[in-house]
Design a protein around this ligand. Structure first.
Ligand code: DPP
Ligand code: ZN
Length: 870
C-alpha cells in the first residue's frame, strides 16, 4: 500500500446527491442494495472509482441497465466504471456481506447478537462499493428488513418514515436523514434492545425525543448517560448557541466496540463502558468519562457532522475542536482546575512521548489531544467572546461543507481581525516545543526580564523546524505571594501597555514567536517570582531557572491553581530524577525533608479543594520521569517512586489516617464535585497507607473494602490491597471476582488491576488470565484491560529478560488475525523502544522484526510496526 499525503488531495471527479440503501439482514449473509444519484464535478468522462473491501459483488446497473463484466473492472480494493454516461445518472449496486464473520468490528458486524456498524474512518467500504471519503456528502434513506423476533428494533440515521410487518415473520423500517452527510457517519443497528426515553425542549421550543438503547437488563444503568446528554444539549445552546437539529436522538450501547464511541448522525453508537453506570458498578472516573464522552459525541453534531472534514488529514478539525468542547463542558459541570490537571496529565502521558518517538506526526493527521490544545490557544488569544465570534463565523461560512483546518483558522482570524503570526505551524510541525526561560531583576531600574528561547526537536521527515507562535500566560508574585499589578512590558523594540482602561492587569499573554527573545516588565518594585504558562496556555515543555524555594513559594501561593499544582510536580520530577541517579550509583536513597514538609502543608491546608489536594499529592508517573531521561531506566524509576511513596506514607501516616477517617461516605452515592473530591482524597490516602505493607493498615484497607457502598471506594480499597502480594491479596481478588462475575464491565476492571501489577514476573499471571473463562481476545475492552494494562506497567512490560516484549509480540500476531485495529493499538506500546538500554532495545527490536515478517499481517499493524523500526 502507498502512503497517502496531504499535498496529493484532489477534488473528486464525481459527487453523490442521494443514496438509497436497503439491507436484508440474515443469519448467513446480508444483502445490501444501493441506489445512488451521481453527478460529475466537471463534464468529461473520467472513470468512476469506488472503494470496496471484503464484498461480494452481485450486480451493477447504470441508469437501470445491468453492466456486464467488462463494462466495469473489479479488484480487491476497487470497483471501477471506466466510462460512465455524461451528466447525472443513477448507479445501482447489490453486494453480499457476512457480518457474522466480521471480527474486525469495522463496517457491519454483530455484537452480542445484535447488528451494528462502525464506519469511521473507512468502514463503509466494507458495506458497499462507494466513494469512501468524507468530502462526498449525500442525503440517505435506509430500508432495513429483518426477522422480527430476533431483531425487533431497527434503527438508522434521521427520522423514521415508516415501518411494518412482512411475510415470514419479518418486518422492516424506513429511515430518512434530511441532512447531507459523509458515509463515515452512516449507522445501522438491529437487535433486541430496550430504551430509556426522555425529552429535551430546545431553546426554540422544539421537543426532541431522546432514547438510550441497551439490552433490557441494563436499562436501569443509563440514568447517568441520559442526564449527561441533556446537560450537553443545554450547554451547547448556552455556550455556543448551537441547537439540536432533528426531532430524535438515539444512543446505542454495544459491548464490542473498537473505540469509545461514534458520532453517527442522530444515532450515536457507544462502547457500553461509556454508557452504563450505577453507583455499585461504576467508579467516579467512569461517571466522569461518560459525561465527557456523551458530551463529546453530541457536540460532534455541529463540529464534525454539520461541518465535516474535507479529508482525513483534517481529522483535528473535528476532533481537536470537539475534544476542546467536551473538556470545557466537563469543566463547567465540575472543577475547572481539576479537569485541566487531568487533561494536561493525559497530554504528558500519551501525547508528548509520542511526539518524541518514531510515530511523531503533526496535529493535522490525527492527534486529538494536542489538537484540543491548539483550539484552546485560539480561545486564550481571543478570549471567550472572540472565540465565540470565530465559531459563529465558522458555522456561517461552512455549514453543510467538508472543510480544512485553514478554514477554521481563517474564521477565527477574520471574525476578530486577529494577528496570529505563524499560528498555522501548529498544524504542520510535529514534536513538542521545548521552551527555556531565565529571569533577572534589576533593582535600580525596577525592571524584571524574562529571556526565552525555543526549540522544536527534529522528528521523522521534519529534520529542521521553524520557531512557533507560543502564548505564555504569565503573572508575577510579590514577596507576600500576591499577584503584582502589571503596567507595561517592553518587547521587540516596543513598549506595550498591559493595563486595560487604566485598570492594572495581574496576568498577561507573552507571545513568543522567535528562537530567542526577551520581555522586560517595568515598574517592578521588588524581585518577583514569575508564574509562567498559567493554565498550561500552550502544549510545550517549559524549563525555567526557578529555584526549589521559588517552586515551594508558587506551590503555596500562586493564584493560578493549575500552576500551583504544576510547581509541586516540577519539584517532584526534580527530586525523582536526582534520586534515580543516586539509585543507579548504588547510593542510599534519602528523601528531602522539605518535600515532605511541602506536602504536609498541602494536606493540612483546609482552604484547598479536596480533589486538588488529591492531585497535588499524586507523584508524577513513571513514564513521565523516564521521558526526561537520556536512557530510560524503568527499574530505577520504579524503585525511586516506590521509595518516595513509602517514605511519604510513613512520615505522613497520621495525616493520611485522619484523611481516611474523615472522608468516609455517610450518605448515598452522588456524582457531584464535593463528593467525588472527598472520595478521591480518601482513596489516595488509603493507597499511600497500604503501601507500607503493615498488618494493621492492610486490615484498614480490608475494612474499607468490605464496608464500601460504591464501586469508587470498593475498587480503590481493592487496588490498595493488591499492591502487596500475599494471602489477603489473593482472597480479596477472588472475592471481588465472585461478587461481580456477571458484570463484564466490572470484570474488566479486575483484569486491568491484575495486569498493571508491578509485582515482578507478573507476565506469567497475565498469561494465565488469558485462559480465564471470562477472557476473550475478540472483545476490545478485554484486550485493552489485560494487554493494554500489562503494557502500562513499566517494570513488567520492560522486564530486562524480554518476557514482556515476547508476550506482547505473540499477542499482536494472534490478535491481528482477529482485529487489526485493536492489534495495531497494542503494537504501538513498542514505539519508544529506542529510549531504553541496548539489551532492551535488542529484545524489543527482535519482536518488532518478528511481527513485520509474520504471515498475512494486516496493513494496520504493518504500518505501525514498520514505522517503529524505521
Ligand atoms: N469519531 C470518534 C469519536 O469522536 C472516534 N473515536 O469518538
Ligand atoms: Zn470525536
Amino acid at each position: 500500500p502507498k502512503e497517502i499525503f496531504l499535498k496529493d488531495y484532489k477534488l473528486p471527479d464525481y459527487y453523490f446527491d442521494s443514496v438509497d440503501l436497503s439491507f436484508l439482514l440474515g443469519e448467513e449473509k446480508t444483502i445490501v442494495s444501493s441506489k445512488i444519484t451521481v453527478f460529475p464535478r466537471v463534464d468529461g468522462s473520467s472513470p468512476l472509482v469506488l472503494d470496496g473491501a471484503d464484498l461480494k459483488l452481485l450486480s451493477v446497473k447504470v441508469n437501470g441497465e445491468e453492466l456486464k463484466n467488462g463494462d466495469y473492472h473489479l479488484d480487491s480494493r476497487h470497483l471501477t466504471i471506466p466510462s460512465p454516461p455524461s451528466g447525472t445518472f443513477t448507479l445501482e449496486i447489490v453486494t453480499e456481506i457476512y457480518p457474522q464473520k466480521n471480527t474486525s468490528l469495522e463496517g457491519l458486524y454483530k455484537s452480542s447478537g445484535n447488528f451494528c456498524t462502525q464506519c469511521e474512518a473507512e468502514g463503509f467500504r466494507k458495506i458497499t462499493f462507494y466513494q469512501d471519503r468524507p468530502d462526498i456528502m449525500a442525503k440517505y434513506t435506509v430500508r432495513i428488513e429483518a426477522d422480527k423476533s430476533l431483531y425487533p428494533v431497527l434503527l438508522s440515521n434521521g427520522n423514521l418514515l415508516g415501518q411494518g410487518d412482512l411475510e415470514g415473520g419479518k418486518h422492516y423500517a424506513l429511515w430518512e436523514d434530511p441532512f447531507k452527510k459523509p458515509c463515515y457517519l452512516f449507522a445501522l443497528v438491529a437487535g433486541q434492545l430496550e430504551s430509556r426515553d426522555d425529552t429535551f425542549v430546545t431553546c426554540s421550543g422544539r421537543n426532541v425525543s431522546l432514547r438510550i438503547w441497551t439490552p433490557a437488563q441494563d436499562v436501569h444503568k443509563t440514568a447517568h448517560a441520559m442526564y449527561s446528554l441533556k446537560a450537553a444539549m443545554k450547554w451547547d445552546e448556552d455556550v455556543f448557541g448551537l441547537e439540536y437539529d432533528l426531532d430524535l436522538f438515539n444512543i446505542v450501547a454495544v459491548p464490542d466496540f473498537n473505540m469509545g464511541a461514534m458520532e453517527n448522525k442522530s444515532l450515536n453508537i457507544f462502547n457500553s463502558k461509556l454508557v452504563l453506570a450505577s453507583p455499585e458498578t461504576a467508579s467516579d472516573a467512569d461517571y466522569a468519562a461518560i459525561l465527557g464522552v456523551i458530551g463529546h459525541e453530541y457536540f460532534h453534531n455541529w463540529t464534525g457532522n454539520r461541518v465535516t472534514c474535507r479529508d482525513w488529514f483534517q481529522l483535528s478539525l473535528k476532533e481537536g475542536l470537539t475534544v476542546f468542547r467536551d473538556q470545557e463542558f466537563s469543566s463547567d459541570m465540575g472543577s475547572r482546575t481539576v479537569k485541566r490537571i487531568a487533561d494536561v496529565s493525559r497530554l504528558r502521558i500519551s501525547q508528548f512521548p509520542q511526539d518524541a518517538g518514531p510515530m511523531a506526526h503533526p496535529v493535522r493527521p490525527h492527534s486529538y489531544i494536542k489538537g484540543a490544545e491548539v483550539v484552546r490557544m485560539y480561545k486564550t488569544l481571543l478570549g471567550s467572546q472572540g472565540f465565540r465570534k470565530g465559531m459563529d463565523l465558522y458555522f456561517k461560512r461552512h455549514d453543510g461543507q467538508a472543510v480544512t483546518c485553514e478554514d477554521f483558522f481563517a474564521a477565527m482570524r477574520d471574525a476578530n481581525d486577529a494577528d496570529f503570526a505563524n499560528f498555522l505551524q501548529w498544524y504542520s510541525q510535529a514534536g513538542t516545543p521545548l521552551v527555556k526561560v531565565t529571569s533577572s531583576y534589576d533593582a535600580a531600574a525596577h525592571t524584571f526580564t524574562l529571556k526565552f528561547s525555543q526549540e522544536v526537536p527534529p522528528t521523522p521527515g521534519q529534520p529542521v523546524k521553524e520557531p512557533m507562535f507560543i502564548p505564555v500566560v504569565s503573572g508575577l508574585l510579590d514577596s507576600s505571594g500576591k499577584d503584582m499589578p502589571l503596567s507595561s512590558v517592553y518587547h521587540d523594540g516596543a513598549l506595550r501597555s498591559i493595563a486595560n482602561n487604566s485598570e492594572p492587569a495581574y496576568s498577561t499573554i507573552l507571545r513568543l514567536t522567535k528562537k530567542e527573545e526577551e520581555f522586560v516588565f517595568s515598574d517592578i518594585h521588588e524581585r518577583p517570582v514569575p508564574s509562567l504558562l498559567r493554565g498550561f496556555s500552550a502544549p510545550i515543555r517549559l524549563e525555567s531557572d526557578l529555584s526549589d524555594s521559588d517552586l515551594f513559594f508558587l506551590l503555596a501561593h500562586d493564584s493560578d491553581d493549575f500552576n500551583r499544582w504544576e510547581a509541586g510536580q516540577v519539584l517532584a520530577r526534580k527530586l525523582m530524577l536526582s534520586l534515580v541517579v543516586d539509585f543507579q550509583q548504588g547510593k542510599p536513597l534519602v528523601l528531602n525533608p522539605k518535600f515532605v514538609q511541602g506536602l504536609r502543608s498541602i494536606l493540612c491546608d483546609s482552604s484547598l479543594e479536596k480533589e486538588f489536594i488529591a492531585k497535588a499529592i499524586t507523584l508524577p508517573g513513571e513514564g513521565e520521569i523516564m521521558d526526561m531521561m537520556e536512557v530510560a531506566d524503568p527499574d530505577a524509576v520504579h524503585a525511586v517512586r516506590s521509595f518516595i511513596r513509602k517514605q511519604l506514607a510513613s512520615e505522613l501516616k497520621a495525616d493520611f489516617l485522619s484523611l481516611v477517617e474523615n472522608n468516609r461516605s455517610s450518605e448515598e452515592y452522588v456524582f457531584n464535585h464535593p463528593n467525588m473530591a472527598r472520595r478521591a482524597l480518601k482513596n489516595i490516602a488509603l493507597a499511600y497507607l497500604a503501601s507500607l505493607e503493615d498488618q494493621e493498615l492492610t486490615e484498614l484497607a480490608l475494612h474499607e473494602y468490605k464496608t464500601a457502598t460504591n464501586m469508587t471506594e470498593q475498587f480503590a480499597a481493592l487496588a490498595a490491597i493488591a499492591q502487596n502480594p500475599g494471602k489477603i491479596h489473593d482472597e480479596v481478588l477472588a472475592d471481588f471476582y465472585t461478587k461481580w462475575q456477571d458484570d463484564f464491565l466490572v470484570v474488566n476492571k479486575w483484569f486491568a488491576l491484575q495486569a498493571m501489577s508491578d509485582v515482578p514476573g507478573n507476565v506469567e499471571n497475565v498469561r494465565n488470565l488469558l485462559s480465564h473463562p471470562a477472557y476473550d481476545l475478540r472483545n476490545p475492552n478485554k484486550v485493552y484491560s489485560l494487554i493494554g494494562g500489562f503494557c502500562s506497567s513499566p517494570v513488567n512490560f520492560h522486564a530486562k529478560d524480554g518476557s514482556g516484549y515476547k508476550f506482547l509480540g505473540e499477542i499482536v500476531v494472534q490478535l491481528d488475525k482477529i482485529n487489526p485495529q485493536v492489534a495495531s493499538r497494542m503494537v504501538s506500546a513498542f514505539s519508544r523502544w529506542r529510549r531504553y538500554d541496548e539489551t532492551r532495545q535488542n529484545l524489543a527490536k527482535a519482536q518488532l522484526e518478528m511481527i513485520v515478517s509474520a504471515n498475512g499481517l494486516s496493513e494496520n499493524v504493518f504500518e505501525i510496526a514498520s514505522k517503529c523500526l524505521a
